[in-house]
Design a protein around this ligand. Structure first.
Ligand code: FAD
Length: 382
């Protein structure tokens, strides 16, 4: 058992740290406030190959292991979690194609998705169904060589830049059990009848858009059916969400670590009653708890990532990592706000952004209560 990163992992971590220091940290506060799209950062991530993290080398990607994947998301989120969102659902879309796409689909889309020339996201959630994905109402009816798609999706991150976008639909709305009638269609941006509507207003997670989508009898070619078979869509989506929890857990560790970094710095320089506040035991206790919890969350994420690399299903492991790390991110951001006093509440410091960003990780890719049910199911089965 070795709790240290390999030399390759350390080198990747150092590269990401330098990228964040140089290109993300200096602009994060201002760009997040103004809502400016981080085009220059996206361009640099393309050059670094980050859009191809989960694309096999034979299709133009760099096919990293899950621990490396976690390192990338932690380091970027330490600078600005919203940037990690640009890579998150894109990488899951590429994983869907790599795992389940037909050879023709892989050849058609993966090389451009790996380079970032084309980008993607993942469209599951609807106005009436999020946790209960089998309750979606978007229907794709077969008509000759196409599917006619009708329905609405909400909260779809990266939607304005996604082409193609995997969309979960019902190809057989009457099927029982319901998941047997669910499929994924790879929808291209130019599809007639498909449109990206309003941006959802958000507390945090700025820098990337989350949008409403409308399918108004959109005509999607039948060869865009993922894997070429109907009825596997829910299982395909759940399998990549399981892996995706590594990225959400790692983002949470990055946010929690950023809250700790800022707090340690502040505790040394802020004076009250004639001494640095770091000399008060009340502040020390908070810092010690934060540091302990952040490190525990990080090790849990790396452990879950290592299990996922082992090739076996790791629902409970990635669920535990995401559940624990996201709760720690929320606690650390709040502790940092307390340590910073009034300045923690100020838009001129980073703490309020960390505080706004942290709760998303408790909601996305399975709410924490849904994950608790998955973990419990696993325990009871054993
Ligand atoms: C900023 C942002 C970005 C997002 N990006 C995407 C994206 O790119 N693609 C995408 O498809 N979706 C995206 N989502 C949607 C997200 O995945 C859903 O919000 C999430 O899955 C929860 O679904 P819901 O909002 O419908 O809540 P609901 O499912 O309605 O849940 C409401 C509450 O009920 C609880 N609950 C529901 N069922 C159970 C149960 N069986 N047992 C116990 N508790 C239960 C939940 O835990 C929660 O507390 C995004 C959301 C946000 C906020």
């Amino acid at each position: 058992m070795d709790f240290e990163l390999t030399s390759e992992h350390k080198a990747l971590q150092a590269t990401l740290r330098e990228f964040v220091r140089r290109s993300i940290a200096p602009v994060a506060r201002e760009w997040e406030r103004s809502g400016r799209y981080p085009t220059e950062i996206v361009d640099e991530m393309k050059t670094m190959g980050l859009f191809g993290m989960l694309v096999p080398e034979e299709h133009g990607g760099i096919g990293v292991d899950a621990v490396s994947y976690a390192i990338v998301f932690e380091e970027i989120s330490r600078g600005w979690m919203g940037i990690a969102g640009i890579l998150g659902s894109h990488s899951l879309s590429t994983l869907l194609l790599a795992r389940y796409g037909t050879e023709a689909q892989k050849r058609r889309w993966l090389p451009d998705l790996a380079s970032g020339a084309r980008r993607s996201g993942i469209a599951l959630t609807e106005p009436g169904a999020g946790s209960d994905l089998q309750g979606i109402a978007t229907v794709a009816r077969r008509d000759g060589d196409a599917y006619i798609v009708r329905g609405t999706k909400v909260w779809i991150t990266n939607a304005r830049h996604a082409d193609p976008l995997p969309v979960l639909v019902k190809t057989d709305p009457a099927a029982q059990p319901r998941h047997r009638g669910m499929s994924i269609l790879m929808v291209e941006a130019s599809t007639p009848g498909y449109s990206v509507g309003r941006d959802m207003g958000k507390l945090g997670y700025k820098g990337t858009e989350s949008c409403e989508l409308t399918f108004d009898d959109a005509r999607v070619p039948a060869d865009a059916l993922l894997g070429g078979v109907e009825g596997s869509g829910l299982q395909q989506a759940l399998s990549v969400l399981e892996f995706g929890r590594i990225n959400i857990g790692a983002r949470a560790v990055g946010v929690a670590q950023a809250a700790l970094d800022r707090s340690v710095e502040y505790a040394k320089q802020r004076h009250a009653f004639g001494k640095p506040i770091g000399e008060f035991q009340a502040i020390q206790l908070k810092l010690a708890d934060m540091a302990t919890e952040v490190q525990a969350a990080r090790l849990l994420v790396w452990w879950a990532a290592a299990r996922a690399d082992g090739g076996q299903r790791a629902d409970a492991e990635t669920g535990m990592a995401k559940l624990f790390a996201s709760e720690i991110a929320i606690r650390s951001a709040l502790a940092a706000m307390r340590i910073h006093g009034g300045y923690g509440y100020s838009t001129e410091f980073d703490i309020e952004r960390l505080y706004r960003d942290a709760p998303l990780m408790a909601i996305g890719e399975g709410t924490n209560d849904i994950l608790r049910t998955i973990i419990a199911r696993d325990l009871l089965r054993e």
